[in-house]
Design a protein around this ligand. Structure first.
Ligand SMILES: [Zn+2]
Length: 140
């Protein structure tokens, strides 16, 4: 099977507050954006108020090119949420973007027996509804 987005009514939804609101807002505009420390340049994801590298609270946002590789994956056989029960088995992947940031996501159009560490992937901002767009990926 391949992963597909569950119905908007069934999918678990983020509850953005503070810095992660910018992350989700950018996705609605089709961009994957990350916080970058304005003092030392370290990217940080998920968004958080203090840089783990230098302790600065100074932040700016940068747009990812959206390309990377499958760093790791697992195949889900027993979903923990009812929204995904019709999808098993499906893959959950860790993507390492070329900027060095790791994102947990899913691959579109990729049967679980074809999941491969090292495959090049590209971002596919996937609209669920007016409020939610997910950062999914597809093999490049
Ligand atoms: Zn820093």
């Amino acid at each position: 099977m391949t992963f597909s987005v569950p119905s908007p009514d069934a999918i678990p939804r983020p509850d953005p507050s503070g810095a992660d609101a910018e992350f989700w807002s950018a996705l609605r505009d089709g961009e994957l954006r990350f916080e970058r420390c304005a003092a030392c340049g370290t990217l940080r994801h998920p968004p958080r108020p203090v840089c783990a590298h230098c302790g600065s609270r100074a932040t700016e946002w940068v747009t990812s090119a959206g390309s990377g590789e499958v760093w790791s994956f697992t195949v889900i056989h027993a979903p923990t949420l009812p929204a995904f029960i019709d999808q098993v088995p499906y893959g959950a992947v860790v993507v390492r973007l070329d900027e060095g940031v790791f994102v947990v996501s899913n691959l579109l159009d990729c049967p679980v027996d074809e999941l491969t560490v090292g495959d090049r992937v590209e971002l596919v901002p996937t609209r669920v509804d007016d409020e939610l767009t997910l950062p999914l990926f597809r093999r490049a």
